[in-house]
Design a binder for this molecule. Structure first.
Ligand code: NAP
Length: 287
């Protein structure tokens, strides 16, 4: 067993981020600006409703505004695009979050790409993804940003390390791989067709689990001293990592819950405050 593995306390990291944000929200209030996140939910998926409610409540606790738009599950792609265009035009809205997944008849990619770049606080647009890849200023997806924020909060080294990311989804596995690469990690991206997954993971200094399968990553896959970030969130509050077994070998590990999840919400708030500050500065320059 690795001596005293660090439990990467996402709730504490999130609290620190939110304390800093509260100060920035107060400074914006002095300029009559209240950061506003618009959440768009299509249909009645209970898990999605819970996620949207949690995001809205987190906004309000920080003195921000949350505007909830709940559309019928029969909404067409065109109707959804109209709603997003209106939010793009609305100067009181700073961030737009379209809750994934939308019903299957909707062209989700078209809807994501309709969000204007400066309001794309969840990093879902094609352009935002490309800018993230280049290391430009767009907001990255919130969970990848949360993983980086946890590594940084605990000053865990990234440069030169071998990071193995399990999962390649557009919102998680791919963008976190790019963020790690941009910080000079050597990155291996694994997926469902990867062969010899366990032996690849055994060579990792940093393991990111983004699979969507409970307790998928096994303890004997972990190199002693590796850092483990578990983005998984499965039914029953279970991560993608076999926590108890991996804890025996890791030097640092995120728990589930209270690991990556709370920091993801904090990053959404941070991106919305960033967007509000950017909009306020742009207005000042134009005035
Ligand atoms: P996803 O879109 O379903 O992607 C899962 C990825 O895992 C895919 O790339 C898939 O490979 C790969 N995979 C599946 N089975 C595998 C196997 N046997 N071996 C290796 N790779 C395998 O899921 P996601 O949206 O990225 O979410 C991943 C997890 O993160 C879920 O548990 C989700 O609940 C959680 N999540 C958490 C947060 C948070 O805030 N904490 C936010 C978003 C998601 P293929 O590409 O080959 O199919």
């Amino acid at each position: 067993m690795t001596t005293n593995p660090i439990i990467l306390d996402g709730a504490r990291v999130a609290d620190t981020i939110k304390e800093q944000l509260a100060q920035r929200v107060l400074r914006l209030a002095e300029r009559q600006v209240v950061p506003c996140l618009a959440t768009v939910l299509v249909g009645d998926d209970p898990a999605s409703e819970t996620y949207v409610r949690m995001k809205g409540s987190a906004c309000k606790r920080l003195g921000m505004v949350s505007r909830r738009i709940h559309l019928d599950r029969e909404t067409s792609t065109e109707q959804l695009l109209d709603v997003i265009r209106q939010l793009n035009e609305d100067p009181l809205v700073h961030g737009i979050l379209l809750q994934h997944p939308v019903p299957p008849h909707i062209d989700e990619r078209a809807a994501f790409d309709a969000i204007s770049l400066e309001k794309d606080v969840d990093g879902v647009t094609t352009l935002g993804f490309a800018q993230t890849a280049f290391g430009f200023g767009a907001f990255p997806s919130c969970t990848p940003a949360a993983i980086m924020a946890i590594l940084d909060a605990y000053q865990l080294p990234i440069e030169g390390k071998h990071a193995v990311v399990i999962g390649r989804s557009p919102i998680l596995g791919k963008p976190v791989s790019l963020l790690l690469l941009n910080r000079n990690a050597t990155v291996t991206i694994c997926h469902s067709k990867t062969q010899e997954l366990a032996s690849i993971v055994r060579s990792a200094d940093i393991v990111v689990a983004a699979v969507g399968r409970p307790r998928f990553v096994q303890g004997d896959w972990i190199k002693p001293g590796a850092v483990i970030l578990d983005a998984g969130y499965n039914k029953g509050n279970i991560g993608d990592v076999d926590y108890d077994a991996c804890l025996q070998r890791a030097s640092a590990i995120t728990p589930v819950p209270a690991g990556v999840g709370p920091v993801t919400i904090a990053m959404l708030l941070r991106h919305t405050v960033d967007a509000a500050e950017n909009a306020a500065s742009a207005q000042t320059i134009m005035a």
